[in-house]
Design a protein around this ligand. Sequence first.
Ligand code: PLP
Length: 449
Amino acid sequence: SPNPALSTQEVVDLTRRLNYGTWRYQRDWNPLHIADAEGCYIIDGNGKRYLDLSAQLMCVNLGHKNPVVVESIAEQARRLPYIAPGHTTEVRAQLSRMLLDVMPEGLTKFFFATSGTEANEAAFKIARLSTGKSKIISRYRSYHGATMASMGATGDPRRWPAEPSVKGQGFLFAPEVNCYKCPIKHTYPQCGIACADYLEHMIENESDVAAVIVEPVVGTNGVLVPPAEYLPKLLEICRRHNVLLIADEVMSGWGRTGSWFAVDNWGVKPDILVTAKGITSAYVPLGVCATTAKVAAHFDDHLFAHGHTYEAHPITLYPAIATIQEMQRLDLVNRARSMGEYLGPKLRALKDRHPSIGEVRGLGLFWAVELVKDHVSKAPLNTRQEKMDGKPLVVDRVAADMMKRGVSVVAWISHFVIAPPLIVEKADLDFAVEVLDASLSIADEAVAG
Ligand code: PLP
């Protein structure tokens, strides 16, 4: 078998010289060489272990190197590594049948892609072709992927550099739901969910709206959990105006929120659901665009004008079956809920000790700790513009300090996303909170200074 046998320094040097570091200025990119991983820990080239507090990109839900899933990859590679998507395979049929059981009721037709962004591209095309309409309403503080339509639908500043090419692609933005700092300056619950009314106003004034896309619980942009009324109200608005609701559950699906899918928390049944990441615990690249029979019916007599070489790739499908079975065997959806009930109060308690913390929010094993300059303006400790300009950010300094102390966490602009593998133990969470507590003194000093 191939054995590269490079030193850690060679690995880092070759990578820096020959690869791009994503969403960053290249100048100071110094990637950590990860040589191994197991369970909730990643291990660097020098053998140092780090608790994986964000499950990498909020995706390794089963933890690292689950032996059943690892073996499923090898087994499928031996059995049948590739066949064109116009043919079919037993794994494709089996996985599709399993999805009927775990996905929200009514989603009965599946398109298999190889990433979240590709699955979103499929969703946009399906929404547009099936409705004959073109506009898609998304929200600020959202991320839907890096390919062009998904980038055009992305509300966060990662869209800005792509603006010239995504302009005019028919994406519009509504205010995000953020009851901590409401973008339309209302107060919950007196607002009566004014942000949903705003979105309805947009639908009424824009002809030609095919769909609304939301992350039911916003992920990278700060684990924004909507009030209980929001998604049911949004679905009712969409239904009334004959607009499709797309739930982007690339990050929020697969037990992350303590339900199989985040929409399940509010009994909302979207017309289209997009997912990826946790479906295979990210071991192999798989995305799914799931639609209702009603949406699918359009294509009985119209061209389904879409497809990929790697669509329904057998090596991505069998590990998804293994992942779902492992999630069921280990009861990980319920575990995420109960572990979240343990973690949440501990994170919330940090707020009393750290003036830099504006809000702690989340559900299941999906949490954000948001840092602010002060509690009155609630201004973020760093701005989106500073992030895009490659300026040093306080969250990155805190995350680097946590790394030194053995905890790896995702930091984004002015908050941390805390989303460990769902197999995490209480002792791991205690350790994580202890380290976060210690490292946050850096943010407190930044606020005081
Ligand atoms: N949608 C959401 C909500 C995401 O969080 C992401 C990635 O983080 C994507 C889409 C894009 O997925 P991918 O990176 O697999 O293309």
